[in-house]
Ligand binder design. Sequence first.
Ligand code: GDP
Ligand code: ZN
Length: 310
Amino acid sequence: MKQIDGIVLKSTGSWYKVKSKDNKIFDCQIRGKIRTQAIKSTNPVSVGDFVLFIIMEDGTGLIQDIKPRKNYIVRQSTNLSKKKQVLASNIDQAIIVVSLRDPETPTEFIDRFLLSTEVYEIPAKIIFNKIDIYNKLDLEKLDELINTYERIGYNCFKISAKEEQNISEIIELLKDKTSVLAGNSGVGKSTLINKVSPNLFLKTEEISEKYRTGKHTTTFTEMHELIFGGYIIDTPGIRAFGIDFIEKDLIAHNFPEMFNLLGKCKYYNCKHIDEPGCEVKKAIERGEISYSRYRSYLSMMLEEKNKYRQ
Ligand code: GDP
Ligand code: ZN
């Protein structure tokens, strides 16, 4: 039987919504054993997977194979099996929408998000929204933040979703790519998506509310097709972007501005907290590492819930 190439748009447990190369949508199931990558996951197929499937007599599809993933993001499932739920695969970029006011996004939130994208090896971008309501001080702070983040390799955009300022840059950014959108509640993610692709409506709040009540142990991820080409991945799990499983001694490795200094400190196992002869500390004094980034680093290093392994 002829196998067809497809991409998984939605996963609802045992059924998958798959789009074929010629843009037809099929409801697919999996039967038998599928070769998966070396990861213990609760779901063999995820949103964003490129699959091969056959069409059955009743018109539904049967997924027979999954192509190797270029990357994926996971969430630890809540049960005790230590299995992970793959939330999405083959992601081109992770974008965080932030705002300097109403509500303010703490820089620590941005830095935690960026750390997780480094761990997952997904390119990250930052969109500063609501520039229409920034005062002079906010605008100065904005320039400072953009300088901080662009210097370490994260592209930044300043927009107003509401007033439609610089929206064409965002369309260009999203076009023909698979993007994950993150950001604290109220920063304007839904507004932005509705402006760039009015065919979609991301019911952000509704989904996260359900998730919070804990009624749904499995959350269903969905990829939304943008009218100009490309996909936006919407999943409540991604808003939180869990990094709890990161070992403390890997945190510095995922701060790009610290990476080149590692191993140059006086002590080989320097945690860059209060050790003498610390090159990271010297770089902060020279103004090469921003203090707000270092503050986020410290907060992640000092929090209790992550286990530290020597
Ligand atoms: P989400 O929770 O990130 O999806 O945020 P929403 O898109 O629901 O937006 C939250 C509030 O911010 C709404 O009242 C929007 O009208 C408002 N908002 C969104 N973008 C902008 C913007 O660029 N400027 C201003 N002033 N308000 C905005
Ligand atoms: Zn050090």
